[in-house]
Design a protein around this ligand. Structure first.
Ligand code: SF4
Ligand code: SF4
Length: 243
């Protein structure tokens, strides 16, 4: 071969992006990027750690596996899916991010997310903040009583806990009962005014699931199963997850 000639062709070695494509319907469209930049312009994580979704995808497409699976940027992605929404090719970048997270050893993943997932696994409330069944029920009843007294137009409002056989089982992010209990009330009012038949449960009430953000499939599945069982045990027809 003449000096300086670059040989094209040959079988491309299997890369991280190829493996991810195998898991996704239509391969997540990961090879259809037009490099238009629409994803990066709306991404809340653009610019952090010197990265953005378009750059991340290009690096993956170029087989820069080392960089893609090591960049801490993946932990800044909120999984909001805004990039998919604006992408003309509907490319599933958050799934690529998710699998990049999975390539991190579990104990090297961000401590905040890791600790929240592990805390949720410790009890049947699934609360990442460790709030107990008793604490949750106490706060709900306490806040309800306060609003019934201070706002006569809502004197009949209810916030049931463990009510059997109702239509809706409502989840609640732990942050509200633990740090901002008043934030629970607007939704109660809407449900009250709509005449909805609903309940909280003491088990599985916490709406957040940090194990999903941790990219820990087994733990994520466990949390969902605990919540699903709580809904079924109360005989509710619809699970309303506010997260
Ligand atoms: S919006 Fe879609 S096509 Fe455009 S750069 Fe981003 S991933 Fe590529
Ligand atoms: S899912 Fe991640 S990459 Fe996509 S817009 Fe949201 S933060 Fe950015």
């Amino acid at each position: 071969m003449a000096e300086g000639v670059i040989k094209l062709g040959g079988k491309k070695k299997s890369t991280f992006i190829d493996k991810v494509k195998e898991f996704l319907p239509e391969g997540g469209n990961l090879n259809l990027c037009l490099t238009c930049g629409a994803c990066s312009s709306g991404c809340p994580a653009t610019g952090l750690e010197g990265m953005d979704p378009r750059k991340f995808l290009r690096m993956a497409a170029l087989g820069m596996d080392e960089e893609v699976t090591k960049t801490p940027w993946v932990w800044w992605c909120t999984m909001c899916q805004r990039c998919i929404y604006v992408c003309p090719m509907k490319i599933n970048i958050p799934q690529l991010v998710f699998y990049a997270r999975q390539s991190w050893p579990r104990d090297e993943r961000p401590k905040g997310i890791l600790g929240s997932c592990d805390m949720a696994l410790r009890n049947d409330t699934c609360s990442a903040m460790g709030a107990t069944e008793e604490d949750f029920q106490f706060v709900v009843e306490d806040v309800l009583e306060e609003y019934r007294e201070s706002q006569p137009e809502f004197a009949e409002m209810e916030a049931p806990v463990n009510k059997q056989g109702v239509e809706f089982y409502l989840n609640q992010n732990s942050r509200e009962p633990v740090t901002e209990p008043d934030e629970m009330v607007p939704l109660w009012k809407i449900l009250h005014l709509a005449g909805a038949d609903w309940t909280y449960g003491t088990k599985g009430w916490a709406a957040e699931n940090y194990c999903m953000f941790l990219a820990d499939d087994e733990a994520w599945k466990h949390i969902v199963e605990v919540k699903k069982k709580a809904v079924e045990d109360l005989g509710c027809k619809v699970w309303l997850n506010t997260e």
